[in-house]
Structure formats: C-alpha cells, structure tokens
Write a protein that binds this ligand. Structure first.
Ligand SMILES: [Zn+2]
Length: 189
C-alpha cells in the first residue's frame, strides 16, 4: 500500500530493479505477496504497487477469474514458502466483467473459450444482481474479488494458514481514474 501511495503521488522509487537484486535472487526467491489481478493492460501489479524483482508472485486472468490452475498458482507461495499475503485485485471499468455482465443479462454466451470466464464470474454476477446497485458492472467487479478472496481464505489448504495468522487474503479495487488501490475485505486487524 505504501508503494501504491508512491504510484498515486508520482513518488516512485522503482525498488529492487538492478543487477545486484537480480544476482541476489538468482538461486532463490522469497516474495512477500501474491497478487491475482485482471489481464487489463492498465493494471500491472508490479507498477501500481511500485515493486520490483522478486517482490511479488503475479497471476493475471480476465476479470481475475479463477479455476484450478490459477488457484493452484496463487496457493503456491503461501503453501510452499510462507508467502504471508494474497491480494485479489479488481479494477474500475473492467472490460471482462462488463462483457460477462452483458452476456449473462442477455443470455448470449461469449464466443469460444471466453465462455469459461463467464462461468467463473457467474457467482459475482448473481450477487451484483441481487443487490440491484446503481452501477451493476462496478458492483459485480467488486463482488468478484470479494467472493474470490473469501473462497481462497476459506479453502482447505489456505484456511489453516489464515487461522494461524500466517496468511492474509485481501480483496482490493484499483481506480483507473486515480491510480489508488482500495482494500475491500480481509485486511488483518
Ligand atoms: Zn479487467
């Protein structure tokens, strides 16, 4: 969050991005966080949190949709090397979420493999529709990361780490307008 503050205020430090850092990490890594975010070209986690080499595991998918391979990739750090933080990062005006919202509302499947993203985002759609908010696509984007963080926090492999206080699973939302990341749920007390 400090790094995101630097991103917002244009006080970037570009940490951990030199040959010394590369050499230090050549034989091992100990990232302090795992981030799952959207493929959106405007939301690269390493930039919006002002991080560098070896700082983050990063997974990206359309709408931050998850399936077994992505979930396994998120779990890798916490389960094998004690990575203490998972962030599920949604964002403003998410094209994937908007497309899925429209597809489900109109009952028109998306073409080809895109339909897999629709199915992955269906629970978020259903939650957003139940709440009948003013801006359903934005509500759905927030529901998507909250539900995904909740599911990760409660799953059989990660829940014991969360209970022990060794892992936090946080959902967050990125504003394209301001560059700011807002924590939605799961922040440790
Ligand atoms: Zn997106």
């Amino acid at each position: 969050m400090a790094g995101n503050g630097r991103w917002v205020t244009n006080a970037l430090r570009h940490p951990d991005r030199d040959p010394t850092r590369r050499q230090l990490l050549a034989t091992s890594q100990q990232p302090y966080g795992a981030v799952l975010s959207c493929i959106d070209s405007r939301v690269p986690p390493e930039l919006v949190f002002d991080t560098g080499l070896g700082d983050l595991y990063v997974m990206r998918s359309g709408g931050a949709a998850v399936g077994p391979v992505i979930t396994g990739s998120i779990e890798y750090g916490p389960m094998t090397s004690g990575t203490p933080l998972i962030v599920v990062l949604g964002h403003q005006r998410c094209g994937a979420v908007s497309a899925v919202y429209k597809a489900l509302r109109e009952g028109e499947p998306l073409p080809g493999n895109l339909q897999a993203i629709t199915e992955a985002l269906r629970p978020a759609y259903e939650q957003a529709v139940r709440e009948s908010p003013a801006d359903p696509a934005e509500a759905m984007a927030k529901a998507q990361v909250k539900l995904t963080a909740d599911a990760l926090r409660g799953n059989q492999d990660l829940a014991p780490l969360v209970t022990k206080g060794a892992l936090a699973v946080v959902s967050a939302y990125y504003s394209l307008d301001t560059g700011e990341v807002e924590i939605l749920n799961g922040a440790p007390a």
